[in-house]
Design a protein around this ligand. Sequence first.
Ligand code: UD1
Ligand code: CA
Length: 489
Amino acid sequence: MTHQLAVVILAAGQGTRMRSATPKVLHRIGGRSLIAHVLDTAAGLSPRTVIAVVRHERELVSQAIVDHAPHTVLVEQDEVPGTGRAVELALAALPGDFDGSIVVLSGDVPLIDVPTLQRLVEGHTREGRGMTLLSAMFDDPTGLGRIVRDASGAMRGIVEEKDADEAQRRIAEINGGVYVFARRALEDALAVIGTDNAQGEKYLTDAASRILAAGGAVDAVATDDTWLIAGVNDRAQLAEVGRELNRRIVLAHQRAGVTVQDPATTWIDADVSIEADVEILPGTFLHGATSIATGAVIGPDTTLVDCEVGSGARIRRSEATLAVFSAGATVGPYSYIRPGTELGEGGKIGAFVETKNAKIGDGSKVPHLSYVGDAVIGTGSNVGAGTIVANYDGVRKHQAVVGDGVRIGSKNVLVSPVTIEDGAYTAAGTVVRKNVPAGSLAMNVAPQRNIEGWVVANRPGTDSAAAAQRGEDEREQGSAEAREEGDRG
Ligand code: UD1
Ligand code: CA
């Protein structure tokens, strides 16, 4: 049988320094809450069970946890404060026969990763320790627990900053708050840990000296990668850790063959998938479950939320949510693509176009200045510049249906519900209120009438009237000269 693991995630703290109505662990980086990152990492260890300890904003935090990881066991912390008490209550929720290792993580330390934890557990098990933790050397260890070692370098315990003396405060090795314990050693230690300290809390960190006193082994393993244990306590740290997470996500895509021209202005959520040979230009934001197929070029200045982009598609200076762009489609610049938009292969949504719930077939084009909402357009059709689908009658939304090979003239209004059948044309400026049968030309614009001399007669004294007068004079002179020439000839 493989060595069994349980993971305990501490998420009962208040997070006062965030100054937020939202619980700290529900703040987001990389498109997921802090607690979701930690839950994903926990799941990556394939543990027998994951237990989360909650208290502050219990309903909200619990809901977020079960929404993200439904099998998580929730434990509520009582009024005894401290990380030690939190873990003690979590242990009580473990099956009695469970005798494996317990990994303890914090809900506000989101960058800890699976390989680091696996190495930590491996060393812990190999050495048969009661406790192994991740430490790091900090130039400024202020606020963190210090690792106390004896002259031989053997770990003797952990002292919290508030309980430390002068000499202990100068210790650079800090407790990262990421631990592996043997169940029995931890249980025995917690049973005898009190709250007699500067904060009046039951410290998990006191387990180190207790396990040593009981004859067990403990050690701290230092990591060079201090981001792994970076905690989020305020908004500034939220931004720093978020930026570092993004840097790591971008780097992983670059290593997998994605060109990212400017990592500093490119933001990619953790759940985004990108194939090799995609090119991402500066100022691009890829959010949610967006996926991008090979050869696509995205950006500059583009935001995609939960979009599917086909191979070789080109999207620039545009914003899209819940849309599908097929292979070879082009979008932008300056278009706004709303949920339910599906653009077919080689299709085009050009400049200054808004779409919503619109299926635009293979090779069809909406090139300029249009609104296409609640519409189905077939293949190889063209929508003229400035065309609007009037889908809303003030009470209800209706659908427009456009067939294959249709040519809609410039500045049409399609008053839905309406159908334009295959191969039909509409003239410029048509207000399409009636269905257009296949192959017909629709027009309803009144013939143009030119009323001569209208401006001079009705707008005297204006620049236009003056210009009209000059034009008329020149025309008269021109015809007079022509007459003279005619007389001579
Ligand atoms: C803790 C460590 C400290 C370490 C630091 C690393 C203790 C006593 N100290 O300090 O040595 O350097 O982490 O980041 O453990 N929590 C509960 N219940 C509680 C108190 C806290 O669930 O009663 C949770 C918090 O929500 C948080 C985590 O435990 O997720 C750590 O608690 P926090 O108060 O932030 O501990 P630190 O003071 O940072
Ligand atoms: Ca903390």
